[in-house]
Ligand binder design. Structure first.
Ligand code: LLP
Length: 426
């Protein structure tokens, strides 16, 4: 990496002890907790959340951190203490939010496949709103709420059919996606929901995609939703909030992501003078650049066409490069006077698709540490045990302090829920 490289993680800096995150040397973290290890910066998490708060000062609003991007309890607790809401997509995520000290009445529940049990769990907890995605779900939620003697707060997730111009796997607001209800069906579905005794219609939502780098698609989506809001009001169905989902992108390589202020400005202008409360569900823009994955070089393997740096992290720890061709900067933790080579940074997993970074110029040797940047979002939360690899540890740095927010999994934990067939069985 060139010396002019500016880190996407603002609390990362160079020092004679190598890279520092806030006041702590990454080399010390590797020594103490082993590798691979995810490292998060509390200051960076806080700054990212405060950027939303700042952009929304003049507006009644709720910022719901999208738990799927990073569901670690330590990370969630930082946001809970800042007064955040949370966007969840499963009962498991709700349990995590509550365990981290988050408030149920600031939780919105999205997702196309909510089970009876998840609905009961969320009604029991008293969440703020269900983002409902189909007519069948409207019926089921009404029934479950009725059985419990509760009134379920609902918003319809409407598919505004806006092209977010992002990777096809992470665009969600097109007609061809499984998410949301069709714009043309929305009025009828609202009438149905409003007629049911155990539902309270309170809002409307959308989420059009992720890693969006300009405001035009989200502003267009908001404009379309407001047409529905006004039509519903004429029928006496008044919506209290508009939820515009998540989606703001971050810089992984050389993208220019707008600031939160710039991204939200056209949306706020559109809502000027309107009474609805605004909800957002950011994930990546809160945690993406607040975390990195620290890994150690096991071997250097020169090849006929390519050289490889085989590291102790793999696609089971960070799936984005393999799954989406995602780019994560790979930087040497300690700059050393060793030959610089062009290498693919790959893991030990038995798949050719197991790579973390390709064609990078790195001055590393066996035993050296590499930091994979911008790994705070959809990193650990998408990890698996593939190849029976215990999942990485996670630490959260706060100034000089290092909090061990998830222990490395043990070998025993890999199969703790399994059993061989009983002795004597055929
Ligand atoms: N709300 C809903 C309903 C969503 O589906 C998502 C993300 C978000 C909020 C948060 O979006 P964000 O602010 O993070 O863009 N695994 C992929 C990203 C998948 C995003 C899915 N939905 C990746 O690693 O790029």
């Amino acid at each position: 990496m060139s010396r002019h490289f500016s880190f996407p993680l603002p609390t990362l800096s160079r020092s004679p002890r190598g890279l520092l995150i806030e006041g702590v040397a990454l080399a010390d973290i590797a020594e103490r907790f082993g590798t691979p290890v995810y490292v998060y910066s509390r200051a960076a998490l806080t700054d990212a959340f405060e950027a939303y708060r700042h952009a929304l000062t003049a507006r009644r609003s709720l910022v719901c951190c999208s738990v799927k991007a990073n569901s670690n309890l330590g990370v969630l607790s930082v946001f809970a203490r800042l007064g955040a809401g949370f966007d969840i997509v499963s009962g498991g995520e709700l349990a995590r939010v509550l365990a981290a000290g988050g408030r149920a009445d600031r939780v919105v529940f999205s997702g196309v496949g909510k089970s009876h049990a998840e609905m009961r769990q969320a009604l029991e907890a008293g969440i703020r709103c269900f983002n409902v995605e189909s007519d069948a779900e409207i019926g089921r939620l009404n029934e479950v709420a009725g059985q419990m003697g509760k009134l379920a707060p609902v918003a319809l997730r409407v598919n505004p059919d806006v092209d977010p111009k992002t990777h096809p796997y992470i665009s969600t607001g097109l007609k061809s996606n499984k998410f949301g209800v069709a714009f043309s069906d929305a009025l009828a579905l609202y009438r149905h929901a409003a007629s049911l005794p155990h539902l309270k219609v309170c809002g409307i939502g959308c989420h059009i995609g992720s890693q969006l780098l300009d405001s035009a698609p989200i502003t267009e989506a908001a404009r379309r939703l407001l047409v529905l809001v006004d039509q519903l009001a004429q029928e006496g169905i008044r919506l209290e909030h508009v939820d515009l989902g998540g989606g703001l992108g971050v810089r992984y390589r050389d993208e220019t992501a707008p600031s939160v202020d710039a991204y939200l400005a056209p949306v706020l202008e559109l809502f000027e003078g309107r009474a609805e409360e605004l909800f957002f569900e950011p994930g990546r823009s809160l945690v993406g650049n607040a975390g990195l994955l620290l890994t150690r070089v096991e071997y250097l393997k020169p090849g006929e066409e390519k050289n490889f740096a085989i590291v102790d992290a793999a696609m089971n720890d960070l799936l984005r490069p393999s799954l989406y061709g995602g780019w994560h900067s790979a930087v040497e933790v300690v700059e050393r006077d060793v030959p610089r080579r062009t290498v693919d940074v790959v893991g030990p997993i038995c798949e050719s698709g197991d790579f973390l970074a390709r064609d990078r110029d790195l001055a590393v040797e066996e035993g050296d540490l590499i930091a994979l940047l911008s790994a705070g979002a959809y990193g650990m939360s998408m990890s698996s045990n593939y190849n029976s690899r215990p999942r990485a540890a996670e630490v959260l740095v706060d100034g000089q302090a290092v909090h061990h927010v998830r222990a490395r999994e043990t070998m025993e934990s890999l199969y703790a829920l399994e059993s061989p067939l009983p002795l004597g069985s055929m």
